[in-house]
Ligand binder design. Structure first.
Ligand code: ADE
Ligand code: ZN
Length: 349
């Protein structure tokens, strides 16, 4: 048996990179780097209201979720063809593999694209091909989760799900994202029931800015298998106990929360409290092109701010693998590889 405490703090960066991890909370549209945004704008003849990459980056100064979403949806308007979606996803997947990600479950927002006249086929063809190539060329297990925009109606979500059914084999689940406040999970009870009946996994953003009641709603009304964010749970002790008892996975994105002013400083983040309470939390990157860092950067900055150590690293990586929707034999293989990394690094002491 390896001794996690035998890994010295100075080796933490190497450990964080080497440990097999699952990225479970990543919006593929949120990996659109400014350079690619400008390149695709030019390729597709789309006008951007920014003179250059520097001016665009300077606009990444958000004060809440909505201020980010306004810019994020505008940025996504450069994505038009299957090749655009492929290029976006492939750039992300290559980078994820280099950071030790073995499993990626990518969120995408079809309504953002179909509303502009982009065919559903272009979205699925591009993203689906990138995921297939990741499996064969990178050895990275990659799947798609279709998210409904909660600021739109349930009818729109239902129509989107039906329109996506010709590509049913291309996605493993559905999620719920966009503007949280004023759009409780219960608004989408029917479309989530339909998704479950189709054998899809279900997850939902809840408790990012919204109250604990939205987390209860995601669990009770939508039967969410994972909660995305969930960082407001600590306001409700009964909910905290329930999340701990049931080991409900919570996909936490610290740099996102910092950038969107959910917490003033990373040191104030509730992750430490969630870990102490025994919750099944894992770390993720949300919209890394906008929030200042991909998965490893989330680990590095969070570990520094909250003084976390190798034991926390093991728990966070193991939770991410456990919470993934990958086949059980794959999970066991990755858990074994995770233990091996810790054993190797302990022995070298
Ligand atoms: N869509 C992309 N990023 C999001 C976030 N952090 N919250 C809700 N919807 C999103
Ligand atoms: Zn998100």
């Amino acid at each position: 048996m390896f001794k996690v405490h035998a890994i010295p703090p100075q080796r933490l960066p190497e450990l964080l990179r080497r440990m097999p991890k699952a990225e479970l909370h990543l919006h593929i549209e949120g990996t659109l780097e400014p350079e690619m945004m400008f390149a695709l704008a030019q390729r597709n003849g789309v006008a951007l209201p920014y003179a250059n990459v520097q001016a665009l980056r300077a606009a990444y100064d958000f004060h809440n979720l909505q201020s980010f979403l306004d810019l994020y949806y505008a940025g996504a308007s450069v994505l038009c063809t299957a090749q655009d979606f492929y290029d976006l996803a492939w750039a992300y997947l290559e980078r994820a593999q280099a950071e030790g990600v073995v499993r990626a479950e990518l969120f995408f927002d079809p309504q953002t694209h179909t509303a502009r006249g982009v065919p559903m086929a272009a979205v699925f063809d591009g993203l689906g091909r990138a995921c297939a190539d990741a499996r064969t060329r990178l050895g990275l297990s990659a799947e798609l989760i279709l998210c409904f925009l909660r600021h739109l109606s349930q009818e729109d979500a239902l129509a989107t799900l039906e329109a996506a059914l010709p590509w049913r084999a291309h996605f493993i689940g559905v999620g719920l994202d966009s503007s949280e406040l004023g759009h409780p999970p219960e608004k989408f009870t029917e479309v989530f029931a339909r998704a479950r009946a189709l054998g899809l996994h279900v997850v939902a953003h809840a408790g990012e800015e919204g109250p604990p009641a939205y987390i209860w709603g995601a669990l009770d009304a939508l039967k969410a298998e994972r909660i995305d964010h969930g960082v407001q749970a600590w306001h409700d002790l009964v909910l905290m106990q329930h999340l701990a008892d049931e080991q409900v996975p919570l996909t936490v994105c610290p740099l996102s929360n910092l950038k969107l002013c959910v917490f003033e400083r990373l040191a104030d983040h509730t992750l430490a409290r969630m870990l102490d309470a025994g919750l099944c939390v894992s770390l993720h990157s949300d919209d890394p092109a906008y929030f200042g860092g991909y998965l490893l950067e989330n680990y590095h900055q969070t570990f520094a701010a909250l003084h976390l150590d190798a034991r926390h690293a093991y728990r966070l990586a193991a939770n991410s693998l456990r919470a993934s929707f990958a086949p059980e034999p794959d999970k066991q293989r990755w858990m074994h590889a995770l233990k091996q990394v810790f054993a190797d690094m302990s022995e070298q002491d």
